[in-house]
Design a protein around this ligand. Structure first.
Ligand SMILES: [Zn+2]
Length: 445
């Protein structure tokens, strides 16, 4: 299949092992050192080294940001252990480099490990088609696949002098927060979190800690109530179907697409829904790790109810469906573009976007200009377009309540732009010491 699901336009040449790391050579004399290689003051691209004077050192996440051009974290220093919070590309994308360059073991949930092959293979395929350098190759990917050490949620394990465990983060199935007990401090790393229950996973709960590292994606912003957005999506789908059109729902492969299937299956089981793209393979992995899903039997029922598209003739048949759920979620490639190119001639059809559309993405262009690049040609799309807030991140109020529930002395804000972090700082600065680190700078607590 030549249609790519994921990323586009990589232009950056990557680091060489042992030469360009910004990480200090000496261990910290006291306290805990946090050093962000990426993900401080920005969304995605996460990587942070945590170290203390016991000689214990850990990297949390090593992703890349699929922006245009993409952003990569700085080079990681030699490191034996990394914890990968979840399988989204902005947290896992560069892990093959780690495993092959440093022999790093990758700790994560069973489901994060299970989807990693799909995520890495897609990243590699797109890099190959687009001709950008990635810094790792297929052999490194195999090394990374052999480097997983999986853990059940809530089971303690040891890394050096620290005790660690993974806890449910909400967000997507298999996504984890990381709790660390060092000899002196209890640290909670939130990963990407949602404290609300969503169709496929229950929300995250606060954990008492001394230092909280909190993702800040939606700092300063609030979500519409989730059930209202779900109902609005269903009614809009029914409107489109009743006038004889097809609703094209672009959705991420890992999380959003499966949520949409669950919602439609629950509310309107008579719909004819086709499911295409990388999400179908990801869902099979989900169903193999059922204990990490909220009601895996219902996810399986929704998956079997949908008509899975697995070839060109299936794809042509799907053009007559009520609903097509497919990647990419931001219309940056994938089967969604193929469908869009055909459905655009039928004014009864509609495009229903299911989340944030990043600057420079196809979806953003469509919302702002009514045009989108299709196989290289900027094409006008004269269809109804609507957007729904089905985010799997906690909003400002939920992040603040979560932080208060954890009762930390120190709060480190990351995975958010400067406005989002500043809004949380304003909210919480009287109750805890708030830190807003920068990438490639060392911080001691
Ligand atoms: Zn995520």
């Amino acid at each position: 299949m030549l249609i790519q699901d994921g990323l586009l336009d990589f232009h950056v040449v990557l680091y060489r092992a042992g030469r360009t790391s910004s990480y200090p050579a000496d261990p910290p004399e006291e306290g805990i050192r946090f050093h962000f290689l990426g993900g401080a003051g920005e969304v995605g691209n996460v990587g942070c080294v945590i170290e203390d004077n016991t000689g214990t050192r850990l990297l949390v996440d090593y992703g890349l940001a699929p922006t245009k051009p993409p952003r990569y974290p700085s080079e990681a220093p030699p490191i034996s252990h990394a914890v990968i919070t979840h399988g989204h590309i902005d947290h896992i994308g560069m892990a093959p480099w780690l495993a092959s360059s440093h022999g790093t073991l990758l700790h994560g949930s069973e489901l994060t490990a299970a989807v990693s092959r799909i995520m890495w293979a897609d990243t590699y395929k797109v890099s190959d088609i687009e001709g950008y350098p990635l810094g790792w190759d297929k052999r490194d990917m195999e090394t990374a696949l052999d480097s997983w050490v999986t853990h059940n949620l809530e089971d303690w394990f040891e890394i050096g002098q620290w005790r660690c465990r993974l806890l449910r983060a909400g967000h997507i199935p298999g996504a984890a927060m990381l709790e660390i007990e060092t000899p002196t401090k209890r640290i909670l790393w939130s990963g990407d979190i949602d404290t609300r229950d969503s169709p496929n996973v229950l929300g995250a709960r606060p954990v008492d800690c001394d230092i909280l590292c909190l993702e800040s994606t939606y700092g300063g912003r609030s979500h519409n109530p989730r059930d209202e957005e779900e109902q609005r999506l269903v009614s809009r789908v029914m409107e489109v179907v009743s006038r004889g059109g097809t609703a094209l729902i672009p959705a991420f492969a890992s999380g959003r697409g499966q949520d949409v299937l669950r919602i439609l299956h629950r509310e309107e089981p008579s719909l004819n829904v086709h499911y295409d793209g990388m999400g179908t393979r990801v869902t099979k992995e989900w169903l193999g790790c059922r204990t990490l899903l909220r009601d895996g039997d219902r996810m399986e029922a929704a998956f079997r109810w949908s008509k899975r598209v697995s070839g060109k003739s299936d794809r042509r048949k799907a053009l007559g469906a009520d609903v097509i759920v497919t990647t990419s979620g931001m219309l940056d490639g994938g089967p969604a573009i193929w469908y869009l190119n055909r459905l655009r001639h039928d004014s009864r059809s509609a495009i229903l976007l299911t989340g944030y559309q990043a600057e420079g993405s196809g979806g953003r262009k469509l919302l702002e200009e009514g045009k989108i690049p299709i196989f290289g040609n900027l094409t006008r799309i004269p269809l109804e377009i609507d957007k729904f807030d089905l985010s799997n991140h906690a909003d400002h109020q939920a992040l603040s309540a979560f932080a208060r529930g954890c009762t930390p002395e120190d709060l480190i804000l990351f995975h958010g732009d400067s406005d989002s972090c500043a809004a949380l700082d304003t909210e919480l600065a009287e109750e805890m010491r708030v830190h807003m680190p920068s990438n490639n700078e060392t911080m001691h607590i």
